[in-house]
Design a protein. Structure first.
Length: 374
């Protein structure tokens, strides 16, 4: 029996409530997002997640893909993803989001748009949550979604489709939370991952600590259950001990603390990673792939060596590398953030050194608790 199934069985045997259920401490992102299960190499990746005890997969749940105007019926792709994940003991962590075509993000900024997006979110919970209709008909193990992430990097204009506005985002969280909780009172609401930049101009990017403060001022400290953060800082020490530490202090200041001084809200690191670079034909004497893959390994260890000792003090939940594998079409730097190589014919090209390091940590990890419902 897979470890995730063992955890669920243990909860049932002990008569524990849903809030006592646990989650794997490690997870993955993939460039293919909601389409991962549509490819043979994606099915291979889901199997690897299970075998390495990194049994969480963060996937986009796109409003624009499943319907509009309150009619959400096109679940085929997400059904396939949920089915293929569940048979491998992998739990989905959805990012509730909407795109305009495949190019830009379509942030719900008006009361009507927020209400419709919240209706979509509730429909997703009705299908994939603990009482979801999907599980009784899929012919697969029940692996319900319990944590729902609202949007992604809303403090960047790229993802908010315009100047980031913490009040607009907060109102979206409020609308989504209300409708989700009307369907599942145990659903956990996570503030979509806040990102860090080298500088902030208030138009293309907003500094995450002030942004978080302003969001909490609107929704209140009980308006969410967890906070997601993203870190790609070139220096892992600054990434953890300056960037993440500063935001967690902000969360404690405005969201409150538990006894012992740790934040009341669980903190997830939903994206962290470092890319590797291709060999340069102009310098054949330098094996850049080997050099950069070693650098990626050192960065991963440096980041996690600084982050994980803070698990208790920071109320740390799961952590997710971005991304599990390189793209087979490597036209952009972010196509090479993977822990595994991908051949040009879209087959697995083998593990990079950092893969083994991540697998070793996830295999030996203990599960973490779900966020407390507020």
């Amino acid at each position: 029996m897979r470890k995730t199934a063992l955890l669920s069985a243990l909860a049932l045997v002990l008569g524990l409530p849903a809030s006592a259920a646990a989650l794997p401490a490690f997870g993955h992102n993939a460039l293919r997002a909601e389409g991962l299960a549509d490819f043979q190499v994606g099915l291979f990746d889901l199997e690897q997640m299970s075998q390495m005890n990194a049994g969480l997969y963060r996937a986009r749940f796109r409003q624009d893909r499943v319907g509009s105007n309150g009619s959400y019926t096109n679940w085929t792709q997400l059904d396939n993803l949920a089915r293929q994940a569940s048979v491998r003991g992998v739990t989905l962590v959805p990012v509730l989001i909407s795109l305009r075509g495949e190019v830009s993000y379509d942030a719900p900024k008006t009361p009507q748009a927020r209400d419709e997006f919240a209706t979509f979110a509730a429909a997703a919970v009705t299908r994939y949550g603990p009482k979801g209709s999907f599980w009784s008909s899929c012919g697969c193990p029940k692996q319900p979604v319990r944590v729902w992430e609202v949007w992604n990097e809303a403090n960047f204009s790229l993802y908010w489709d315009g100047t980031p506005n913490p009040t607009e985002f907060a109102l979206l969280v409020q609308a989504v939370r209300a409708k989700i909780r009307s369907v599942d009172s145990t659903a956990r609401i996570m503030l979509g991952g806040l990102g860090y930049a080298s500088s902030y101009d208030g138009v293309n990017s907003v500094e995450p600590n002030g942004y978080l403060r302003d969001v909490i001022s609107v929704i209140g400290r009980d308006g969410f259950d967890a906070l997601a953060l993203h870190s790609y800082h070139s220096d892992p020490n600054r990434g953890v001990n300056t960037a993440l530490a500063g935001t967690i202090q902000t969360l404690k200041t405005y969201g409150g603390t538990q006894s012992g001084g740790r934040p009341r809200h669980q903190v997830w690191v939903n994206e962290f990673g470092k890319l590797t670079r291709r060999d340069d034909p102009a310098t054949p004497s330098v094996n850049e792939q080997t050099t950069s893959e070693t650098s990626q390994l050192n960065w991963l260890n440096g980041f996690l060596d600084r982050l994980l000792p803070n698990r208790a003090a920071w109320n740390l939940g799961p952590v997710f590398w971005y991304a599990m594998r390189d793209s087979h079409i490597q036209t952009e730097d972010w196509n090479r953030l993977g822990l595994r190589r991908t051949n040009s014919d879209d087959t697995d090209g083998g593990a990079k050194p950092a893969w083994d390091a991540y697998a070793s940590r996830s295999l030996s990890s203990q599960p973490v608790s779900l966020p407390t419902v507020r």
